[in-house]
Design a protein. Structure first.
Lengths: 260, 183
């Protein structure tokens, strides 16, 4: 018997397949640009190439956490009024947070490797590094909260509140280099400030940000659909259990009849 | 509504209790680990993050109150002052026209060789005569840990030539001059 190919049972659609292929192609170009085309830095030399993965990773993490917060707000606002409890917002919040955590982890790892080459140490408890690891841990906590057994809507509400609390740290992470003295350098690019990066390095950084955004979006869409599939699986399991319980009843009554 | 098929589990109540107990323990352990991690990170952060280093001018100003306590000092390395022998590097760092003589033990990071690179040094003031670009001093800073604090400025090595000129405007208000190697 051929396998079912119903789109609702898959994690991909034609659009996400195109997005995935685009993400892979863009990543290859990003690697070529970052590793071979863009020049070494006058001070940091070849170590500067870490910039093209490190900086876009935290940008995408910020973006994902913004998406988590907006979705959580919408879920809190609509979970009481709508028939479907606005659960798609909860799913979106969860999938974006997962991707945000992955990219925050990537930021920490690339930052540590970069730090060893440039600063001379993997880690220092300065304000930027401390708040970033705090961001990572709080969103891990958020994901753990989403795994706790509870009614989906109740669990969604708890998680949404946790997401909104966790988001407080995002601007703190970003502005920590301006508010406190840190070993970490100031932001590479800021709105309203002339970029301190020249020519090919600047464009490679912007291109890398675009690439990582595509990959991040692709991951969020897939995680969203995987979460939905898990829900469908749970719903089908529940239906199956109900029908098996219904089937038990006649057997019991027959058995009872035999005894009497 | 309990939908667990009765015929598959011999002692459903007991099994359910065991599962709940186990789950409660897992949740508790995760919660404790998370709280411990948060507490550790916050404590470390509060202790170090707010004042990660003192700039040279502040460290000189606060010399009396700092005494022999350990702290971090930050400034740009004067390239012409760097001398090294048998694991000890001596040099001067400058910030806001205040200069400190440094005696560092240990291998400096690779980027230390870049002219006028900002560094963060961990150590303490030691009484002893020293000569800096700004004049004679009664103390020098003895450090055993050096971190390079690079800036957020990036420039192509193919277009910009490394030279020993101080960054634009960095020493403009200073009453002293620093010898520059133009070779």
């Amino acid at each position: 018997m051929p396998e079912r190919t119903d789109d609702s049972k898959m994690t991909a659609t034609p659009l996400t397949r195109v997005l995935g292929i685009l993400g892979i192609a863009a990543s290859v170009v990003m690697a070529v640009l970052g590793l071979f085309i863009s020049p070494p830095d006058v001070v940091q030399g070849e170590a500067v190439r870490m910039l093209y993965l490190h900086v876009p990773s935290i940008w995408i993490a910020y973006g994902s956490f913004v998406l988590t917060s907006i979705s959580s707000l919408l879920f809190l606002a609509r979970s009481k009024r709508r028939e479907d409890s606005g659960r798609h917002y909860d799913r979106l919040a969860g999938s974006a947070a997962e991707v945000g955590v992955v990219f925050t982890g990537l930021t920490l790892i690339t930052g540590m490797l970069w730090g060893k080459v440039t600063w001379g140490t993997y880690w220092q408890w300065d304000a930027r590094l401390t708040t970033t690891v705090l961001l990572f841990v709080t969103y891990l906590g958020y994901l753990a909260l989403r795994r706790l057994p509870a009614d989906p809507v109740v669990r969604g509400r708890r998680a949404a509140v946790m997401a909104l609390i966790s988001f407080i740290n995002v601007p703190i992470v970003h502005y920590s280099v301006d508010w406190w003295r840190t070993l970490h350098q100031k932001a590479s690019l800021s709105v309203g400030r002339r970029p301190e990066i020249t020519g090919e390095m600047y464009w490679t950084l912007l291109y890398s940000a675009l690439t990582v955004t595509i990959v991040g979006a692709w991951l969020i869409i897939h995680r969203y659909r995987v979460i939905r599939l898990e829900e469908i699986r749970d719903e089908e399991n529940l239906k199956m259990l109900i029908s098996s319980r219904h089937q038990e009843k006649p057997t019991d009554s027959t058995a009872a009849g035999e005894v009497s | 509504m309990d939908l667990t098929p009765r015929h598959e589990i011999e002692e459903p109540e007991e099994v359910r209790r065991t599962i709940h107990r186990r789950r409660r323990w897992i949740i508790l352990v995760i919660a404790v680990l998370l709280i411990a991690a948060l507490a550790f990170v916050t404590a470390q952060g509060l202790r170090n993050a707010t004042l990660f280093f003192r700039n040279v001018d502040e460290a000189i100003e606060q010399r009396t109150e700092l005494g022999t306590s350990r702290f971090r000092i930050q400034g740009r390395v004067i390239p012409s002052s760097v001398q090294g022998e048998s694991g000890v590097t001596t040099f001067q760092i400058v910030h806001e026209c205040a200069v400190a003589a440094i005696r560092h033990t240990g291998d400096p990071p690779e980027l230390f060789e870049s002219p006028w690179i900002p560094v963060v040094l961990e150590g303490r003031w030691v009484q002893g005569k020293s000569q800096t670009a700004a004049g004679a001093d009664s103390h020098y800073f003895r450090s055993d840990r050096m971190l390079v604090k690079h800036t957020n400025e990036y420039a192509s090595a193919n277009e910009v030539r490394v030279n020993e000129e101080p960054p634009a405007g960095f020493l403009d208000d200073c009453s002293f001059e620093v010898p520059v190697d133009h070779s």
